[in-house]
Design a protein around this ligand. Structure first.
Ligand SMILES: Cc1ncc(C[n+]2csc(CCOP(=O)(O)OP(=O)(O)O)c2C)c(N)n1
Ligand SMILES: [Mg+2]
Length: 816
């Protein structure tokens, strides 16, 4: 084994090998010391919460050795040693993130937005352009939900395959070197109980992508032991069916003890070779790990581990084991000389001392970088409050607030801001110059501090999707009308030709060209690697898209029906929607999700659950084109930008007739802009999607009795009406009705809030604004089910009529 380890070190001379081993050991010691001191920082109140990598150090050293520039990691909160070993993390950084230092230069992973232990590298330059990802280590930004890292991992691995086999893509480029990159996943043993783990494992086996999943097995998930987590208490045991053989592609599976440094180095080298060269996914089950400090700072493991287990963990602590190995290591060379890593234990003790010292001085540096600016902000405010107090009749109260702020040992910005704002309450009846200075100080303080916590939900670059200008569709004089799906199909054809980085995939998207044939014939034309079928697994379809988009491809992931998006909703809301925000704009995944919904019939085929999506998917654009030309225009817009979006096509619109534009692939539908599709004087109706057709029908009936409505198509729900065109309309009509087929209080309530609260249309209303929506239950099946569940033309007519009747009861007599 030792011989092998030496060979696998590429026959380094013993001195070099020794240096590397001791260097690795030192990294492990530093990492452990961080965990120990980190816990203390939480217990003494300097940090709020901590989750650390203690007990998992040694396998991460081995993984780091096999991890090359250009590779990607999608992992979880235990990987601090790996991050240190690849040089992307140091103790000062560790403490900065523990303190929640809201500065990207201090906490370069998340600018204080994430709990510690959530890692990320920077894929983007300051101006939002891509860095050369082949020249750096890449760590996709971690998320907290257990196994949430798995779907994205699949896409990161699949990207390598695309870069290797798609002849259209020239490599090497800034994203890939002929697809040589491995996507490395890490996951805790208990998290493998999640559906996302199994779904991803199956999908990667089908796809045969260069993915290596390490399972850090410490026998527990917080307090719950393997007996309650995993059949046979062994994940590698139950995954055996995935093992490849002569007849079938599958996985290579390794099982290794987490404290055995030399064996780990050997396994990781082998695994990397298989994944990189053969494109075979690999599982490494790393057993016998421990958790010497318990799960996190919020609890102690003595509560749920018995004495034997605690004893066992002490004996099998991977650092203790490596220490023992280093001490006892002896190798006889050809001349019969005994080679050793250390002459005596003292050398190890020196390393241990150095690690302690390094970590504690890094901690002090991180703390002062964190607290010093806050202290000087407090000082500035205290001086100002002093001046304000001198002038105010409420001096006593202001002095009290001042003392309160001054007495806080370790102030945070909340303390500063809230004392400043409370002071203003005492000054409300007074006027003097210092009060104005204080008001200005508070405004400035918030202008500086708020973006630290709220920026980068969407792109803030000039290239953002809402900046893409509208290009209208153009038509030849003799333009034919056709089934609308043809417009989509021919537009996708143009896009696939124009953008070599596009891949489109989903259930039935390949061979038959999707269930509504919007991709008909495109697999034949553009190849099975660009337009393709997937298994029925919505969450990992989205993961494929996220991972590939993070690596410079332009995936269009299809969710067959909007009703089934909830299988992927966790991935969309936790991963895609937060990516730009949680990485402080340093990572992006411009994924386009294509789906279809609205107005079909039945509990699971009516696709109108917009309110839920609007709440959960902030960070993703939500677009609801009323026809296929509009939809095609949205795809064209999105591909000119770099932000994620969901486009919800109209399920019953594919066979309706539309004219074919002559500028397919070019015309754009602007994002965040409404369209007035009928002008009118009496009342403004805002609606979207398939319901618009009913609104148009009802408006004809209304006009026959002298009610002239203006109809506005929202088109884009997130964001909505950036130009406030609805407000302009309400200023004219003074009445507002919002109509959709979502539940009461769903998307219609969202639109009402936008129009009344944000646009402040209430100033101009002469009637109560109303919403006309579906019933609270899911829509029943069939035409009657639809009629009695969703707003009908009668409902729309009567709803609008009632508003007019209340306004002018003499002219419009009650219907009932
Ligand atoms: C979806 C989800 N459920 C619950 C949690 C709370 N939680 C955080 S870590 C954890 C246990 C994970 O155990 P394991 O995967 O074995 O990793 P370990 O912490 O042992 O390394 C749980 C239940 C979570 N983060 N996400
Ligand atoms: Mg565990």
């Amino acid at each position: 084994m030792i011989k092998k380890a030496i060979e696998s070190q590429k026959k380094l001379s013993f001195e070099e090998f020794k240096k590397e081993v001791l260097n690795d050991f030192k990294i492990a010691l530093i990492s452990r010391e961080c965990s120990l001191l980190g816990r203390r920082e939480v217990l003494t109140g300097k940090a709020k919460f901590g989750i650390f990598g203690a007990g998992k150090e040694i396998p991460q050293l081995a993984m780091a050795k096999a991890f090359k520039k250009g590779d990607w990691r999608s992992g979880y909160y235990r990987d601090q040693t790996f991050m240190m070993a690849i040089g992307e993390y140091n103790p000062q950084h560790f403490f900065a993130s523990l303190y929640g230092h809201a500065d990207i230069h201090a906490d370069s992973y998340a600018a204080g937005r994430q709990m510690n232990g959530h890692f990320a590298t920077h894929s983007l330059n300051e101006d939002g352009t891509w860095k050369n990802l082949t020249k750096q280590y890449n760590v996709s930004a971690d998320i907290s939900p257990t196994a949430g890292q798995m779907p994205r991992l699949l896409g990161l691995a699949e990207a390598s395959k695309k870069f290797r086999i798609l002849s259209e893509l020239d490599t090497p480029n800034q994203f890939s070197n002929n697809g040589n990159e491995i996507a490395w996943g890490t996951i805790g043993n208990a998290s493998t109980s999640e559906g996302l783990f199994f779904e991803t494992i199956n999908a990667a086996g089908v796809l045969q992508v260069p993915m290596i999943v390490s399972i850090w097995d410490d026998n527990y998930g917080i307090s719950v032991p393997a007996k309650y987590q995993t059949t046979k208490e062994s994940i590698s045991e139950i995954l055996k069916g995935f093992q490849r053989d002569e007849n079938n592609a599958g996985y290579e599976i390794f099982v290794v003890d987490g404290w055995n440094y030399s064996q780990l180095v050997d396994v990781y080298n082998k695994a990397a070779k298989i994944a990189r060269e053969e494109f075979v996914p690999v599982i490494i089950h790393v057993k016998e790990l421990t958790q010497p400090q318990g799960h996190s700072t919020s609890g102690s493991h003595e509560r749920y581990k018995n004495r034997e287990r605690l004893e066992w963990e002490k004996e099998h602590d991977c650092i203790a084991k490596m220490r023992e190995w280093i001490l006892n290591f002896e190798l006889e060379d050809q001349e019969g000389e005994i080679l050793k890593f250390v002459e005596s234990e003292d050398e190890i003790k020196i390393l241990e001392k150095e690690a302690k010292k390094e970590v504690s001085s890094a901690k002090r540096r991180a703390w002062s970088a964190f607290i010093d600016p806050i202290i000087s902000e407090r000082k500035e405010l205290l001086e100002l409050l002093d001046r304000v107090g001198q002038k105010s009749e409420n001096k006593i109260f202001i002095e009290k607030l001042k003392r309160e702020l001054a007495s806080i040992d370790e102030p945070i910005r909340k303390n500063i801001s809230s004392i400043a704002r409370k002071t203003l309450i005492y000054l409300r009846d007074e006027t003097f110059e210092e009060k104005e200075i204080l008001q200005e100080w508070i405004r400035n303080y918030h202008a500086i501090q708020q973006p630290k916590f709220s920026s980068n939900l969407y792109s803030e670059q000039d290239s953002k999707a809402t900046n893409i200008v509208e290009i209208e569709p153009e038509y030849d004089d003799e333009a034919e009308t056709t089934d609308a799906r043809i417009i989509l199909r021919d537009n996708f054809d143009k896009l696939l030709s124009n953008y070599k980085e596009i891949v489109i995939f989903g259930e039935d998207s390949g061979k038959i060209g999707d269930v509504n044939q919007g991709l008909e014939g495109l697999q034949e034309k553009h190849g099975i690697d660009r337009v393709y079928d997937t298994g029925i697994r919505e969450a990992s379809i989205i993961g494929q898209g996220i991972g590939m988009a993070m690596r410079g491809l332009r995936p269009i992931a299809e969710i067959q029906y909007l009703d089934y998006i909830f299988y992927a909703a966790q991935v969309l809301t936790d991963d895609l929607a937060t990516l730009r925000y949680r990485s402080f704009g340093k990572q992006k995944a411009p994924l386009i999700v294509r789906t279809r919904g609205h107005r079909l019939e039945g509990i699971w085929h009516s696709g109108s659950q917009m309110g839920g999506l609007l709440s959960l998917f902030r960070g993703i654009y939500i677009l609801v084109p009323r026809n296929m030309t509009k939809a095609a225009g949205f795809y064209n817009t999105l591909l000119q930008s770099d932000e994620p979006a969901i486009v919800i096509e109209n399920l019953n619109g594919y066979r309706l007739k539309e004219r074919i534009p002559n500028n397919l692939g070019i015309f754009t539908t602007p994002i965040g802009i409404v369209e007035t599709i009928k002008e009118g004087e009496d009342l403004t109706i805002v609606s979207y999607g398939a319901t618009l057709k009913l609104v148009e029908e009802a408006s004809k009936d209304l006009s026959q009795i002298g009610i002239d409505v203006e109809i506005i198509d929202a088109q884009s729900l997130l964001p909505f009406d950036l130009n406030h065109d609805v407000l302009t309309s309400v200023q004219k009509t003074n009445r507002l009705v919002i109509i959709d087929e979502d539940v009461p209080g769903g998307a219609s309530a969202y639109l009402l809030n936008e129009i009344i609260n944000v646009q402040e249309a209430y100033f101009y209303l002469d009637s109560k604004p109303i919403t006309i929506s579906a019933k609270a239950h899911r829509p029943a099946y069939g035409t009657d089910g639809d009629y009695f569940s969703k707003p009908s033309i009668n409902d729309i007519f009567e709803g609008v009529y009632k508003v007019m009747q209340e306004a002018d009861p003499l002219k419009f007599k009650s219907l009932y």
